[in-house]
Design a protein around this ligand. Structure first.
Ligand code: CA
Length: 240
């Protein structure tokens, strides 16, 4: 069965390019330019549970002619658990963070490549389908081996010592490998809800983790910075 995508983007040329490129990749794309159009498409889907037309993922622009994409994301989060990718311009940083904290799965800053978009779709759908076998076994990325249940990390066969917090931070990022995790989500999950403003903790621990795990800590390939938003562990299984 084809993977069906709900695409909400009011820029006609971008919408058409995305639609055509994704259809070439074998996806089926239902494009809308307004919140109203997307809502009625969703209402039809949500009314027809388990219908073969069910969307597998929503790709949502923030600035839409009849309102903000965030209202759609809230609607989606209340009534379904399909992954949501936000596509937005750089200046929407603040709303982007709020949307991620509110349950959007990931975001892409315009302009982005179709390859990047496909990778994000793949990660979001794989995570959604819980087809995430890497996380209980040994995870291997280049010279690195991570065993989550044993809390062990090795590099080229040599054991690397991580502190409890370093390991917890690594495990949290790995649980969503390939997707951005906001500062607030990381601080809340690793340190606790009362630490969500302590972004300096994160910076410190990310520096330590990179020093231990990256080939070149100044040019990280595993632990990626999403400026102003959070961090992303690279996609597992993707070539470095
Ligand atoms: Ca727009």
């Amino acid at each position: 069965m084809k993977i069906r995508i709900l695409l909400v983007e009011d820029d006609l040329s971008l919408r058409e390019v995305l639609k055509q490129s994704l259809e070439l990749e074998g996806f089926s794309v239902d494009g809308h330019s307004t919140l109203a159009g997307a809502r009625s498409a969703l209402a039809q889907q949500l009314g027809a549970m388990r219908s073969p037309d069910t969307f597998s993922i929503a790709i949502v622009d923030l600035g839409l002619p009849d309102g903000d994409g965030s209202t759609l994301i809230r609607l989606l989060r209340e009534r379904s658990n399909i992954p949501v990718l936000v596509i937005s311009a750089r200046e929407d940083d603040h709303s982007k963070i709020n949307l991620l904290d509110a349950g959007a799965d990931d975001y892409l800053v315009k302009p982005f490549s179709i390859g990047e978009l496909k990778a994000r779709i793949r990660v979001a759908i794989r995570r959604q389908s819980k087809d995430n076998p890497g996380l209980t076994d040994d995870i291997r990325i280049g010279a690195l081996e991570i065993n989550l249940p044993r809390r062990q990390v090795k590099r080229s066969g040599e054991r690397i010592h991580l502190t409890r917090t370093e390991f917890n931070l690594l495990a949290r990022l790995l649980s969503q490998a390939g997707q951005v995790v906001t500062h607030r989500q990381l601080l809340s999950d690793v340190w606790g809800a009362e630490y969500v403003e302590h972004v300096h903790y994160l910076r410190l621990y990310m520096t330590q983790l990179r020093a231990k795990l990256e080939n070149d800590p100044a040019a990280p390939e595993l632990l990626l910075t999403e400026t102003g938003v959070g961090y992303r562990f690279c996609e597992l299984g993707a070539p470095l």
